[in-house]
Write a protein that binds this ligand. Structure first.
Ligand code: AMP
Ligand code: MN
Ligand code: MN
Length: 345
């Protein structure tokens, strides 16, 4: 599979790489990591995401070149590039119609690419590289490795197949993906192969403390303000702990993104709960639902049933309607789904 994808990439001239809406550290890290590989191969490419790069990931080299929305901007060079961390990415404007390959990273289904997957791209070969158990195999080629802890480590594998040397910038971006998706190596059973990938990335010059510092040790006051408001409204319903974030709370805290700043993972640390849920009232209507569960209890199937997806212990979906409707629907569905499931740790 990986070899077939490497062949597609070698044969392509202009590549559109897209990651998912509301990007996380794996989305941005794997996007930038693959971008460095394409650049080294001398490809022209666009790195696209329908939503802006969250502020805590703007430290990653090249993040400013990520295109938000469907507008086409090609980066890279038609000449073979050399690996250099100091060199800025050249931008070469081009028409959308000039792409010959699309690669989707960390997306469980086609809709996760949002507006970045413009209809003009629909006729092109689409390579789907992902690690979600709920992946719908929407690509022309689907490389879905549910045993990978992150898409970033799959990109590392792919770069090796393409014989692209690993430079410290690429390594930093990919390490950011692994560290965020494993929550700093705290998810149960972080595979040994993930740790081997970490070792390679660190040997290539990626600094683990730099990543953990940006991802876990620093946060703007607005995040803490939002947590304070949301924690005020926590509920423990059986073995489900949940809370909500309203538009007003975000405005009061000057919180600009539509997520919950990692609150759901914190709620998931409650001894008394097997499932943690945060309901987020989105700016554009609809409710984003973030879910976490303990090992032995699966939230990915619930998320899939509700039109979303994810991993057994971390999943999500977006629902129409208001907060009350979403809460009623999700809580009922989760209670039913976890009946008979038993925590393993
Ligand atoms: P989050 O709770 O947003 O951190 O997401 C947890 C996991 O579920 C991530 O791996 C996401 O890719 C996946 N996920 C979240 N929301 C959705 C959605 N609306 N559709 C499909 N997958 C989702
Ligand atoms: Mn992701
Ligand atoms: Mn991921």
């Amino acid at each position: 599979m990986k070899e077939a994808i490497a062949r597609f990439i070698r044969d392509a001239r202009r590549v559109m790489v897209i990651t998912h809406v509301s990007p996380d550290g794996d989305a941005i890290g794997s996007l930038l990591g693959l971008g460095r590989a394409l650049r080294w191969l001398g490809k022209e490419y666009t790195l696209a995401c329908a939503d802006p790069v969250p502020r805590r990931f703007t430290y990653l080299p090249g993040s400013e070149a990520i295109v938000t929305g469907p507008e086409p901007v090609l980066s890279g060079s038609t000449e073979a590039s050399t690996v250099s961390s100091a060199e800025p990415l050249a931008e070469v404007p081009a028409e959308v119609g000039e792409y010959d390959l699309v690669i989707s990273l960390d997306c469980g289904d086609l809709e996760r690419m949002g507006a970045a997957y413009d209809e003009s791209l629909a006729g092109l070969s689409l390579i789907n590289v992902d690690h979600h158990v709920t992946n719908t195999h929407f690509g022309t080629i689907n490389w879905i490795d549910t045993r990978a802890a992150s898409t970033a480590e799959m990109v590392l594998d792919l770069a090796e197949s393409l014989r692209v040397p690993l430079d410290s910038d690429m390594a930093l971006c990919l390490l950011n993906g692994i560290v965020t998706d494993t929550r700093g190596f705290r998810i149960p059973n972080t595979p040994l192969r993930t740790m081997r990938a970490v070792l390679k990335l660190m040997e290539a010059g990626a600094q683990l403390p730099e990543v953990t510092d940006h991802v876990f040790n620093r946060r703007p006051f607005s995040d803490i303000c939002l947590w304070a408001k949301a924690l005020n409204g926590i509920q423990l319903d059986g073995r489900i702990i949940w809370s909500q974030i309203t538009r007003t709370m975000r405005q009061e805290c000057a919180f600009s993104e539509d997520g919950a700043a990692g609150l759901v993972s914190f709620l998931g640390t409650a001894d008394e709960a097997d499932v943690a849920i945060v309901f987020i009232e989105k700016d554009d209507g609809g409710i984003r639902v973030e879910m976490r569960s303990v090992p032995g209890v699966d939230v990915s199937a619930v998320a899939l049933n509700l039109g979303g997806g994810g991993h057994p212990q971390a999943a999500g979906c977006t629902l129409d309607g208001n907060l009350n409707e979403a809460q009623e629907k999700v809580l009922t569905t989760v209670k039913e789904a976890i009946k008979g499931q038993v925590r393993r740790l």
